[in-house]
Design a protein around this ligand. Structure first.
Ligand SMILES: Nc1ncnc2c1ncn2[C@@H]1O[C@H](COP(=O)(O)OP(=O)(O)OP(=O)(O)O)[C@@H](O)[C@H]1O
Ligand SMILES: [Mg+2]
Length: 309
């Protein structure tokens, strides 16, 4: 078995009766980057907290590196680095000390070269002697990542690592994640930024109302579920879509000056050739043609709205 994290039939019912996870199955391969997407309250943090042993499960089984999280917590936890969604750092401690200290908590020997490397990678080396309370929010988040990496975990959980982080810093954090991936670290991140999943993840999981709707490779998911729209600009506006074109599902766009046709990228026949001849037969003149591929965002919205096609 090559999964480093295995989640089987995981359920979580909170004391008030809320079912936050309704039987989640998930196998995570060593070395992959998995992005979990889902709206607020979907269950992402609950799932991560259970895998990391911070929240108890109601039912199911979770192993990390073959260690069952409930029976063999310490061995499992040692393999895990966690950057939680909520920032909580020891405000009056210096950056470098808090990172060193975290390594010590896991019983690892001091390794100043490693700590230096981590702080350099996260652009925190210049701030190493500053008190955490004096840092900006984005810097504090990077300190959290440094702490999570201090004991050299094999699996890193990042719960919304780039929430509230500016575009430039987000790019540099992606760079850090890529570097970790190159070193073989398995990364599970949650995000609301679709472009983050698109840029970073080997696989994407979509979670909603405590259910994992799908887990698929990012590229093939977008090809399989992706649609393209072809927009045909007309040389003169029309009032209504001619019958044969309407029968193909063509809609009027842009105040009657364009025809919009949506098709499946995975279909054998796109129907474009027939569409173009219908346009000609209807006596319409083309001014221009352009296509647009649906993004992961479109796919995500469709899934969460329940129209999985
Ligand atoms: N300690 C708790 N007690 C009761 N209900 C909880 C608790 N923690 C979370 N919940 C509920 O469980 C559900 C899932 O919450 P969770 O934090 O896992 O969502 P999330 O996907 O991480 O959302 P977000 O994107 O906002 O971070 C929500 O309905 C939430 O209100
Ligand atoms: Mg959350």
């Amino acid at each position: 078995m090559s999964s480093i994290v295995s989640v089987q039939g995981l359920t979580k019912v909170f004391p008030g009766g809320l079912k936050a996870l309704k039987g989640v199955d998930l196998e995570i391969e060593e070395g992959e980057v998995l992005a979990l997407l889902g709206p607020n309250g979907a269950g992402k943090t609950t799932l991560i907290s259970i895998i990391c042993g911070l929240t108890t499960m109601s039912g199911g089984r979770v192993t990390v590196g073959g260690h069952e999280i409930t029976r063999d917590f310490r061995a499992a936890r040692e393999l895990i680095g966690l950057v939680p969604q909520e920032l909580h750092v020891e405000g009056f401690e210096k950056v470098i000390n808090t990172v060193r200290f975290t390594r010590g908590l896991f019983g690892k020997k001091p390794d100043d070269a490693l700590i230096e490397q981590i702080l350099m990678d996260l652009a925190l080396w210049d701030k190493r002697n500053e008190k955490i309370i004096e840092l900006s929010g984005g810097m504090k988040r990077r300190v959290m990542i440094a702490k999570a990496l201090a004991h050299e975990p094999r699996v890193l959980f990042l719960d919304e690592p780039t929430a509230g982080v500016d575009v430039e810093l987000r790019q540099s954090m992606w760079q850090v994640m890529r570097g970790l991936k190159d070193r073989g670290v398995t990364i599970i991140l949650t995000t609301h930024y679709i472009e983050e999943a698109e840029a970073m993840a080997d696989r994407v999981g979509v979670i909603n109302h405590g259910e994992l709707l799908l887990v698929e490779e990012t590229g093939p998911l977008m090809t399989r579920m992706g649609r393209k729209t072809l927009t045909v600009d007309l040389s003169a506006p029309i009032d209504a879509v001619p019958g044969p074109l309407a029968a193909r599902g063509v809609e009027l766009g842009n105040g009657g000056t364009s025809l919009v046709y949506t098709y499946d990228t995975a279909a054998e026949q796109t129907g474009i050739t027939d569409l173009l001849s219908d346009i000609r037969e209807a006596g319409l003149h083309l001014a221009d043609l352009h296509t647009r591929q649906s993004s992961l965002e479109d796919i995500f919205v469709d899934l969460v709205n329940g129209s999985t096609r």
